[in-house]
Design a binder for this molecule. Structure first.
Ligand SMILES: [Zn+2]
Length: 184
């Protein structure tokens, strides 16, 4: 079982006029791996450093940083972690080399491709003590997400990705809000 913790709960004010946005930043601790998903844009990187500290970690302890898709609000801070490999749609980067990732990334973390919001979307399906948690970026922005995603690169693929996630997960950590339960 992996441990999943939201470090920063994301938000977006796309529906209003003051365009503030921050993605949900998630920590996954799985045996010997510490993984941060979507380190975001933040007003100050210290916010994330302090949140890691509350969990007994420093930026040096992060082994993998994952971006769910290549929108800058999700990946602006990937360079913060000096020892981390970068996991993204096209592969797992170690400094300047890239290798393919395995779908079963660890015993408790599965990677699936979930394009549609953007062409390069991936979702982590994490086995935790409350069930399978999908960390999916903007495939779902929040509970009762806008059904019609104005930024979708491919609406058909987005619907397929949403269905895939809803079938596989018990809980969803969306791109810009807190965790919620999948209604079966
Ligand atoms: Zn996005």
């Amino acid at each position: 079982m992996a441990e999943v913790k939201i470090l920063v709960e994301g938000y977006t004010s796309d529906e209003s006029n003051d365009e503030k946005t921050c993605p949900t930043i998630t920590l996954i601790k799985d045996k010997s791996i510490n993984l941060v998903v979507d380190p975001g844009v933040l007003e100050d990187q210290k916010i994330l450093i302090d949140k890691l500290k509350e969990n007994g970690l420093s930026i040096d302890d992060i082994d993998v940083v994952c971006i769910t898709h290549s929108h800058i609000d999700h990946y602006r801070n990937i360079g913060m972690f000096p020892n981390a490999k970068t996991l993204e749609y096209f592969g797992l980067w170690d400094k300047n080399t890239v290798t393919d990732w395995e779908e079963n990334f660890t015993d408790d973390i599965k990677i699936i491709k979930t394009p549609g919001h953007n062409y390069d979307g991936i979702t982590l399906l994490v086995s935790s003590d409350i069930g399978v948690i999908a960390v999916c970026g903007d495939v779902f922005w929040k509970e009762n997400y806008p059904k019609n995603d104005p930024y979708a690169s491919d609406k058909g693929k987005l619907e397929e990705s949403r269905t895939k996630i809803l079938q596989s997960a018990d809980f969803i950590i969306p791109g810009h809000a807190g965790i919620y339960k999948v209604k079966k």
